[in-house]
Design a protein around this ligand. Structure first.
Ligand code: GLC
Length: 607
């Protein structure tokens, strides 16, 4: 028998797996929309669309699917490094990005996550998070053929491409919104318009502003819509109405369309906000998790190798259900609690808060994993730690990274919801104080490497934010650009400095030190996974408040990470069972085994 797309399709989605996923999809869809008059019609349409997409899947994508089906755990296995960046700021456009493949390969990344690159509204688009057309690329960056060429070329190097799916809202310039404004009842029901100002006020009492200074409130009056349109984020970002099954089907179709272009993963942007319910904060409602489970099931029928990542910057109890309940959900979720806690611990020179959050993160289910990170394109939200630290701790960290009180950090306070503490903006290199201490062996560089060494040692995927690998600092120039000046997050969205990257190759430069460290850490994280060290990070008492210490013991070899969060040399006690272990990183200065130098980190692995 010759292998055609048809026959491969049959092998890729084994009948049993396809049946199970079809059952999950139907069950979740009916749970969500059973009462809606169009429920069964739309479900039938979705099922027809899934068959079409499955039949049309290309042979090499089916081969990837087959690999994952043979080893489902591999989809989210630890140690797969991700690089995230804005395409224009990293490499001008998609062609420029393809031309940087050698750089990315040298860094050792397995995944690329370009921030939103689908066609945004003109003008301010919240960094691309206001999509005007999900089936077109931002014309400044290229076109759909260019995306397909990129995913194909990267696949050839073993690198997958993850795209944002901005699923909570569209730009108000999107064709659906335009049709809604023009009075088409079908599309009016794609959005949420509240007519009575008293009702708006009632909703608002329970909602939490995301951008209280620059976009207060969650509604925007719109004469053509005849009321107040729901806009959680900026007024030009119109929330979709997921109570309408047609919206669910449209967004699923977007996912399927993009998988056909070779996209291998999706970051579900603002996932907590998809479902609105009176009397609640309209975040993390049970329906949100059912939607994610239904999308996962649909993707598993068509493109089982595709990964889903939840962007839910919420408390852990609200993040965990994104991994799924009775059915699988997202493969990964941003580990925002651990990330924020690491910065808190660094400010304090004490590991306590990081230890607490790492212990809590161990509650993730098997078969799902964390996306571990140090920085991303958004602000650091201290309020997300509210369940784990008293308000005075949050306030102290917020002040510290705003550079107050003799701190080493060069960050800046950002807007926050009423009652919360200001969030923080700034590149990681600035938050560790690289401006004032730019040498390769200085404490600032050590802090940055320390944080990255920790996230590479945790269970999950380590994420590198563009520029951190060469110590790129804050971009003050955003303030001169009227389109960006209003949003302080642009402070940490600089243009890639290729000069610095070049110079960074010079022996002894801070850039070289950092780039080499990132590469080394990526290699080490993959090696750990290959060794079978796949367990969760579990804190182990280190007997010294400055030392963060966790073990990952599932597997034949055991792993212990020891990290000094302070600028002092401190004693360490290696716990029982690790006497024979050796440091596989070789990045700690003093290697007599009894002390840890300032910000030093060791990865001990038993023979
Ligand atoms: C996500 C993005 C953020 C954006 C928001 C609205 O949180 O990461 O940058 O502003 O969604 O789309």
């Amino acid at each position: 028998m010759t292998l055609t797309a048809e026959t491969l399709a049959d092998r890729s989605a084994t009948p049993r797996a396809a049946d199970t996923n079809a059952r999950i999809l139907r069950a979740r869809f009916r749970r969500l929309y059973g009462d809606h008059p169009d429920c069964e019609v739309i479900l039938a349409r979705i099922e027809a669309s899934l068959s079409r997409h499955r039949a049309g899947r290309s042979a090499d994508l089916l081969a990837l699917d087959a690999e994952i089906q043979a080893q489902p755990r591999a989809r989210s296995a630890s140690g797969q490094s991700v690089y995230t960046f804005y395409v224009d700021r990293f490499a001008t456009d998609l062609a420029g990005l393809a031309a940087r493949a050698d750089y990315l390969e040298a860094l050792g990344v397995r995944w690329l996550h370009p921030l939103p690159l689908l066609r945004p509204r003109p003008g301010d688009s919240d960094g691309g998070f206001a999509v005007q057309d999900y089936r077109q690329i931002d014309p400044r960056l290229g076109d759909m053929d260019g995306l397909e060429a990129l995913t194909t070329a990267m696949r050839g190097r073993g690198i997958g491409v993850i795209l944002d799916v901005v699923c909570n809202h569209t730009a108000r310039e999107h064709a659906w919104a335009q049709a809604a404004r023009a009075g088409d009842p079908r599309y009016r029901d794609y959005y949420i318009t509240v007519e009575d100002p008293d009702d708006v006020a009632r909703w608002e009492t329970d909602l939490i502003d995301v951008f209280p200074d620059t976009a207060p409130g969650s509604f925007t009056p719109d004469a053509e819509m005849g009321g107040h349109v729901w806009t959680t984020f900026y007024p030009f970002q119109w929330d979709l109405n997921y109570a309408n099954p047609a919206v669910f089907a449209e967004m699923l179709d977007v996912l399927l369309y993009l998988t056909g272009k070779g996209v291998q993963g999706f970051r579900l942007d603002s996932a907590p906000f998809l479902w609105k319910r009176p009397g609640t904060s309209c975040r993390n409602q049970p329906e949100v998790y059912w939607i994610v489970e239904a999308w996962r099931a649909a993707l598993s029928i068509v493109a089982p190798s595709v990964v889903l990542i939840a962007e839910a910057i919420e408390g852990l109890e609200d993040v965990l259900p994104f991994f799924g309940g009775e059915a699988p959900g997202c493969d990964l979720a941003y580990s925002n609690g651990v990330m924020t806690a690491l910065w808190g611990a660094l400010a304090d020179g004490e590991a306590a808060i990081a230890t607490k959050l790492i212990a809590a993160a161990a509650a993730r289910p098997d078969g799902a994993n964390w996306l571990n990170y140090v920085r991303c394109h958004d602000d650091l939200i201290w309020n997300a730690l509210a369940a784990y630290a008293p308000p005075e701790d949050l306030a102290r960290w917020s002040r510290f990274y705003d550079g107050q009180g003799g701190s080493f950090a060069n960050g800046r306070a950002f807007q926050t919801a009423a009652g919360g503490v200001p969030s923080t903006n700034g590149m990681a290199a600035s938050l560790v104080g690289l401006e004032d201490d730019p040498t390769p062996d200085g404490l600032a560089a050590k802090r940055l490497i320390l944080l990255y060494a920790i996230i590479h040692g945790l269970d999950g995927w380590p994420l590198i934010y563009m520029g951190d690998e060469i110590g790129l600092m804050n971009d003050e120039a955003y303030a001169d650009d009227p389109l960006r000046a209003v949003d302080g997050r642009w402070l940490h969205r600089p243009t890639m400095d290729w000069n610095r990257a070049q110079l960074g190759r010079a022996q002894g430069s801070v850039g070289q030190g950092l780039f080499g460290a990132m590469r080394h850490l990526g290699d080490a994280a993959r090696w750990l996974n290959d060794l079978g060290i796949a367990g969760r990070a579990i804190p182990v008492p280190a007997g010294e408040p400055a030392v963060l210490s966790f073990a990952r013991e599932a597997g034949t070899r055991r792993f212990l990470l020891l990290a000094n969060m302070s600028d002092r040399s401190v004693p360490v006690t290696v716990p029982q069972g690790y006497a024979e272990a050796r440091d596989v990183l070789g990045m700690a200065d003093d290697d007599d085994g009894t002390r840890l130098a300032p910000y030093a980190v060791r990865w001990l692995v038993t023979p």
